[in-house]
Design a protein around this ligand. Sequence first.
Ligand code: TXA
Ligand code: MG
Length: 326
Amino acid sequence: MPQAPHSPIALIGTDLTQAVALLQQGKLVAIPTETVYGLAGNALNTEAVARIFAVKNRPTFDPLIVHTDSLDKVLGFVQDLPEPAQKLAEAFWPGPLTMLLPRQEIIPDLVTAGLDTVAVRIPRHPLTRSLLAMLDFPLAAPSANPFGYISPTTAEHVQSQLGKKIPYILNGGPCEVGIESTIIGFEGKKATVYRLGGIPVEDIERIIGRVEVMLHSTSNPKAPGTLKSHYAPRKPLFTQNLKQLQEEYAPEDIGLMAFQREVPSIPAPNQVVLSSRADFAEAAQRLFSALRHLDALPVKVIFAELLPEKGLGRAINDRIRRAAAK
Ligand code: TXA
Ligand code: MG
């Protein structure tokens, strides 16, 4: 299809100077992080933030994560760091952990959807750390996918879906963690995990003791707008009853995401194995690419095996279940 002159395809590259210039002008740049690619704009510029919601087609009641590269800078836009947050920052920043902290006025309402906390993360991808170090404002960045679809873990994923809507994609290669950050909030001495992610709950508990886990749902406004149907491929996805699916569909109509080994009754080209050595980190890293791959195959339905319910397996299963919810 010929490109309309007003919608050139986004350039992919590693030019930090260009990325800085665009962000300073209030434009958006897709950035690599160790979790997934983000769609970034100046968090202190309401117009840039509004553009993020528009490009993603995201409802404005779903707040954004603010990214920066140092604790000093974080202290410039949150009111304070409660003790457990300090410990977690020390243990996991830079890294795949997002903390909900009381915000200062400087953070626009649009970023937090009016909440009095702001979600903050110091990511550890080297290219994005260099970018953040060059900026005198933090970056608001949701995952760089259209709202509700599978999150992008390569620059090409971003290009194929948002390429016509943004001027630049910083290419940092495939994301190392592959699933989004863990989100945690604090009330007094109590810590609550609102989204399972790249830092397993067990690792957090090793640092600050027991935490509560309270996931999603639209009926829970306090919990992140982690809506139930999310991370979803276009094809219907199932996690239960492969046998029944095989009675309803021909083998070649079923795509299968296996954890460790292929299922013999499904054609091999229709299958993706997440980790033949049963490594959760490898499975997480490959999860979203696998779902995209299966979604693009000429199959009618996707079956996804769940992983053991521990460590990163929990976070992966959470993604798979949300992808299945209809
Ligand atoms: O790994 C990640 O976290 C990636 C990379 C780009 O950093 N970002 C990401 O952003 O996953 P997004 O927008 O797809 O998910 C952010 C989640 C949303 O579910 C949102 O509701 C929640 O964070 N959130 C943001 N601010 C919040 C707040 N103040 N209180 C509660 N939840 C919040
Ligand atoms: Mg997202």
